[in-house]
Design a protein around this ligand. Structure first.
Ligand code: NAI
Length: 299
């Protein structure tokens, strides 16, 4: 999928940070762009900043299936069929899993995982039916690979987005639709302020916000990569139909270290009954998985 110009893109979380960078880069490529975001004041500000007749804003909470379908209808009526989908909206919560409530889970899973599921379930059937090809790009994170005690729920959602995205890449290849997963490291964004948009209904189980910690996070994010740099690397990867978009090359060594640790946990065991049959089954499965990877890469 190399041709971006003329297509309509839908970018969730498009009013700030990575999403705004993507919107700007897509407009520069000659796309029409819908910025879907829960922060309506940020949408207004983004539209002013972009000053482009091919961009529209649409208020959306990605956790809501109904609102997603309505936003899709509105955007397609105004900008035409969406064939570039960026499931990018995300929120963070820096705490451990054993210190988290059901409300914490519902909030993060709702935005970071169900937001992606809702984007895919809303748009992919439309994209398949129209047969115009296209691309789905889900923003995960290096946190889809690298884990610590905190942020545990965030890690969980990003690992899930990784599984969803890779599986989707293989099933959509037959429809000429590519799938990529963006995995940034630190970004110059305002994700540190996520708590400001936590829904009222999910606040009962929230810990009191540690303002000092949030202010330190804000400082940390000032050293983050500029969204424009990430966006340029993302569009380049989409045009090359790469699955993994590692915008931050500084993570390569650490990922190698972690993969080595994973492989080091394999053991040689004496042969158990059934191994010979299993090996045959797995050989067939392995060949079919390899074929799926090759087909997706050949798009
Ligand atoms: P950001 O906070 O600057 O932008 C995210 C946007 O998503 C905001 O405009 C926010 O209003 C919107 N949003 C949040 N909840 C939403 C909802 N329920 N419905 C619709 N929109 C919603 O943050 P950033 O960093 O640009 O985040 C974008 C993506 O990048 C997220 O998925 C995040 O997890 C990921 N990421 C961010 C990193 C960072 O260092 N900031 C590192 C790795 C990944």
């Amino acid at each position: 999928m190399t041709q971006l110009a003329g297509r309509t893109a839908f970018v969730t979380g498009g009013a700030n940070g990575v999403g705004l960078g993507l919107a700007r880069a897509l407009l520069a490529e000659g796309c029409k762009v819908a910025i879907a975001d829960v922060r309506e004041d940020s949408i207004e500000a983004a539209l002013k900043l972009l000053e482009n007749q091919h961009v529209m804003g649409v208020p959306l909470d990605v956790a809501s299936r109904e609102s997603f379908a309505q936003a899709a209808d509105r955007v397609e009526a105004e900008l035409g069929p969406v064939s570039l989908l960026f499931n990018n909206a995300g929120v963070n919560l820096f705490q451990t899993i054993d210190d988290s409530s059901y409300d914490d889970w519902d909030w993060l899973l709702g935005v970071n995982l169900h937001g992606v599921i809702n984007g895919v379930t809303t748009f992919v059937p439309r994209m398949k039916e129209r047969g115009l090809g296209g691309h789905v790009c889900n923003t995960a994170s290096m946190a889809a690979f690298l884990c610590n005690g905190a942020p545990g729920i965030y890690n969980t959602t990003k690992f899930a987005v990784r599984g969803l995205s890779e599986s989707l890449r293989y099933s959509l290849a037959a429809h000429g639709i590519g799938v990529s997963m963006l995995c940034p490291g630190l970004v110059k964004s305002q994700i540190y302020a996520s708590d400001a948009i936590r829904p009222e209904a999910l606040k009962a189980g929230a810990k009191e916000v540690n303002t000092e910690f949030v202010s330190n996070l804000e400082k940390l994010h000032q050293a983050g990569m500029e969204p424009e740099v990430i966006a340029a690397r993302t569009l380049e990867a989409i045009q090359e139909n790469r699955f993994y978009i590692f915008s931050h090359p500084e993570f390569q060594d650490e990922l190698a270290e972690v993969f080595d640790e994973v492989l080091a946990d394999f053991r040689e065991y004496p042969e158990d009954p059934g191994l010979a049959d299993r090996l045959q089954i797995e050989a067939g499965r392995r060949a079919s998985y390899k074929k799926a990877r090759e087909a997706a890469n050949a798009l």
